[in-house]
Design a protein around this ligand. Structure first.
Ligand SMILES: Cc1ncc(COP(=O)(O)O)c(C=O)c1O
Length: 379
């Protein structure tokens, strides 16, 4: 049993089996020539059905997720929408109230065309989840910690409830990565992530991953991958293969920075509230720490209303102001005008997404520089 960093460099097929290259090459091809009809000597036929570079990434992902199967998709949303298509016509899905906006939009606008309905519930209440289970419910979808308020769901308890009712559990594990949170060990059937975020880690790729131990689900997902065609491009697969090798050391530094910055922000009078599951003051701290290795690299905070948010962001110089998270550089987001802009002010207020709420995805910069930068901006 090796450590995380050794494993990420050696414990899956990292050497190209066709050439011995120490970096899996980019097999930048759409098709593969055959020497005869029905050529069984060829493993690959057409890149939408499979490609050696993408296959290498999928093997790497299966190692990372400790799953039997993993499939790569063209975005986190492609992974999510393909998984949600496991629901049959006439069925019903339960999701968190504060599920990722794209997932919410897909479930609310696309799935109803297939006669699939959904309930958005407070996942911190098992009773609430159970009360929403209908005879046609087929799936409980978890996302923990949530975006942007880092609400925590008890994965094991929800999976047990789902098993009791013979429902499938799907977990969006993007915020924690499989290094720090392992939903399969807690009973999940399918785990998915936006690999755009920490897994790739360099803000230069959009990608998604679906992992499972269930052969039937894998076969269904492979069919969807092939037929909907949301496959990952070769160049992007190669970039992620490179990015994932440093996932361990990147995450270690990002999480360290996040914990220290959350503790620092908690001491500031100009900050009214800090949301970070690694803080003892966080309402979901105990559950989160029982199912994850640490608080993760994302935190949110509310600055005093008397602050001008535009002025605050103009004074933050190190984190880039942008949507997304999980890059080596710190990323500051403003949910009210970015991820949650499509909601009305009333809907946002109901969710706790106020105009003075900011989300910080901590990168690997020097901690003292990040703290000095935020401190200066908050003055
Ligand atoms: C938790 C979560 N899941 C899924 C997604 C969608 O991923 P992508 O942008 O790669 O499609 C995001 C994007 O921000 C996210 O934050």
């Amino acid at each position: 049993m090796t450590g995380i960093n050794t494993g990420l460099l050696h414990n899956y097929p990292v050497i190209d089996k066709y050439t011995g290259a120490s970096s899996i090459p980019k097999y930048q091809t759409s098709t593969f020539s055959q020497t005869k009809l029905n050529d069984e000597s060829r493993q690959f036929m057409y890149t939408r059905f499979g490609n050696p570079t993408v296959k290498a990434l999928e093997e790497g992902m299966a190692y990372l997720f400790k799953s039997k199967y993993a499939l790569a998709f063209s975005s986190g949303m492609a992974a999510i929408s393909n998984v949600l298509m496991l629901a049959k016509t006439g069925s019903h899905i339960i999701l968190p109230l504060e599920v990722y906006g794209g997932t919410c939009q897909f479930v609310s606008t696309i799935l109803p065309r297939f006669g699939i309905t959904a309930s958005f519930v407070d996942m911190s209440s098992l009773a609430d989840i159970e009360a929403h289970i209908q005879p046609n419910t087929c799936m409980i979808y978890i996302e923990t910690p949530s975006n942007p308020l880092l609400k925590v769901t008890d994965i094991k308890a929800v999976c047990e409830l789902a098993k009791k009712h013979k429902l499938l559990t799907v977990c969006d594990n993007t915020f924690m990565t499989p290094l720090y949170q392992r939903p399969f060990e807690l009973g999940a059937d399918v785990v998915l992530e936006s690999a755009t975020k920490f897994i790739n880690g360099h803000s230069d790729v959009v990608a998604g991953v679906v992992a499972t131990n269930d052969q039937k689900i894998y076969e269904q997902m492979y069919l969807y991958q092939k037929n909907f065609g949301g496959i990952l491009g070769v160049e992007d697969a190669w970039l992620i293969l490179r990015g994932m090798k440093t996932l361990g050391i990147r995450m270690e530094k990002s999480v360290y920075n996040a914990q220290k910055i959350a503790e620092f922000l908690e001491t500031k009078k100009s900050v009214k509230k800090v949301y970070y599951p690694g803080l003892k003051s966080h309402v979901g701290h105990a559950i989160h720490m029982s199912q994850a290795a640490n608080g993760g690299a994302v935190l949110s905070f509310v600055v005093d209303e008397k602050y001008d948010c535009d002025e605050f962001v103009s004074k933050v110089h190190i984190p880039i102001l942008a949507v997304s998270l999980g890059g080596v550089e710190s990323i500051l987001s403003h949910p009210a005008t970015m991820s949650h802009a499509c909601l009305t002010p009333e809907e946002r207020a109901k969710e706790g997404v106020t105009d003075n709420l900011f989300r910080l995805s901590c990168g690997i910069e020097d901690l003292s520089d990040l703290i000095d930068d935020l401190d200066r901006a908050l003055k």
